[in-house]
Design a protein around this ligand. Structure first.
Ligand code: ZN
Length: 423
């Protein structure tokens, strides 16, 4: 085993330039939502060259629209594809999915970037560009882990599936398509940027609209009216307290900031029509955080109950209750139990290949993890190279050494999880 691990390590080091070049090629193919086709072709070629059986899966919203986890991202259906690469083996070991998304978020102001966001520039041990960290380097790491094992003649017992998916940033229609079509395995590693922390837990987020009624009257006699802005202010103050109370009532052990696991954010407020009229309505839109282990339905109920209880304590709101609507993104939380064997397998792979102490941490952002845990019903973790704080930012980059570490770790995990032998 020690020998195998050394072979993996030296093979990865020897492939350093190939790895960098491949990640640069991916970055140079801008793959914003709805424009993922060209980069998927590059991925498919690479998977073919590694000897995997590949297939393209078309995303059809009509097949997803009734699914509870479906979010219509408003982009054209029926033209976007996932690429799958199958490393079919004897099949008598445990199987594994390596999942990564190729869609990237917009660049923001290009003038904020030192180089073009699509440069793939390599400097001081880093690869720069939109999608470098989130998450083309991660996806590339999974593919190179397979290539490394093939190069040293390792034959896993279990099947391995690379899933290069689209649409993660806009709601997950790519991974959901794979799940609806029945693609599954005994576990999944999603190669998102986690700075090599194991992230088996994620919060969710629900988008809401809150309409608070008032009664218009002339400002000169404002006491005769009811200001919707003042009523909204009352509700907002109470929502901030509610956010704190919720954090006290849920287990947030695995999160870095235990009071920031499931934020409630008011993002927009529109109220009133005229400076000299008492405002008769406020419409506020926001994002309601869902705790791990809390269903979206329970979270919605909790918020509605809270708004109801504030209203009951106010004579106007009691008679004229605010209206809550849930719209657009409704992202559940997701969680893999820490006693799942796959987590142990990843922990051992980290220790074996790097000597680093494994860190387990929950994350507060949305990802495809929830789709695997809640709808494919398989254990899944986020794990990959890159610092989340650099994702979606200008001058995004990934550390090359971290990419190489990931490849070694994933290759070692495959050896442990899928079993197998060297020819
Ligand atoms: Zn991502």
């Amino acid at each position: 085993m020690v020998d195998l691990q050394q072979q993996i390590a030296s093979k990865v080091e020897a492939s350093r330039n190939d790895i960098i070049t491949f990640i640069q090629t991916l970055i140079k193919s801008p793959s914003l939502a709805n424009d993922e086709g060209p980069v998927q072709a590059i991925i498919q070629n690479k998977l073919n060259s590694v000897g995997l059986d590949t297939e393209k899966i078309v995303i059809r919203f009509v097949e997803l629209k009734d699914h509870p986890a479906f979010s219509d991202d408003g982009f054209s259906p029926d033209t976007r594809v996932n690429v799958l690469g199958h490393w079919k083996n004897k099949g008598d070991g445990k199987s594994l999915i390596l999942n990564g998304h190729v869609d990237v978020v917009p660049t923001g102001l290009e003038t904020s970037w030192t180089e073009s966001p699509w440069s793939g520039l390599v400097k001081d041990g880093k690869i720069y560009g939109r999608g470098s960290c989130d998450m083309k380097a991660g996806l590339a790491s999974g593919i190179f882990a397979i290539q490394t094992l093939q190069d040293i003649g390792f034959k896993p017992n279990g099947d391995i599936m690379v899933q290069s998916v689209i649409g993660e940033e806009s709601g997950g229609c790519g991974t959901l398509t794979n799940i609806v079509k029945g693609y599954s395995a005994d576990a999944a590693v999603i190669l998102e940027p986690t700075s090599l922390k194991i992230c088996p837990i994620q919060s969710g987020a629900l988008t809401f609209r809150l309409t608070v009624p008032g009664r218009a009257t002339h400002a000169a006699t404002r006491w005769d009216g009811v200001s919707a802005i003042e009523k909204f202010n009352l509700i907002h103050q109470s929502i901030l307290k509610f956010e704190k109370e919720r954090h006290n009532s849920f287990n947030t052990d695995y999160f870095e900031s235990k009071d920031r696991v499931a934020p409630i954010n008011i993002g927009t407020i529109k109220g009133g029509q005229w400076h000299s009229t008492v405002p008769e309505s406020v419409v506020a839109e926001g994002r309601f955080g869902v705790f791990p282990n809390e269903t979206a339905r329970k979270a919605r109920n909790a918020f509605e109950k809270h708004i109801h209880s504030i209203s009951n304590n106010d004579p106007w709101l009691k008679e004229n209750p605010p209206v809550i609507e849930w719209f657009e993104g409704q992202f559940e939380s997701g969680q893999t139990n820490l006693d799942e064997p796959m987590i142990n397998s990843l922990i051992h792979a980290i220790v074996r290949s790097t000597g680093d102490a494994p860190i387990i941490e929950g994350v507060t952002y949305g990802s495809d993890l929830r789709l695997f845990t809640n709808h494919a019903h398989i254990p899944a973790v986020l794990f990959g190279p890159g610092d989340l704080h650099l994702a979606h930012a200008a001058n995004e980059y990934v550390e090359i050494d971290e990419v190489l570490k990931t490849i070694k770790i994933i290759a070692n995990m495959i050896v442990d999880w899928c079993g197998g032998t060297v020819d």
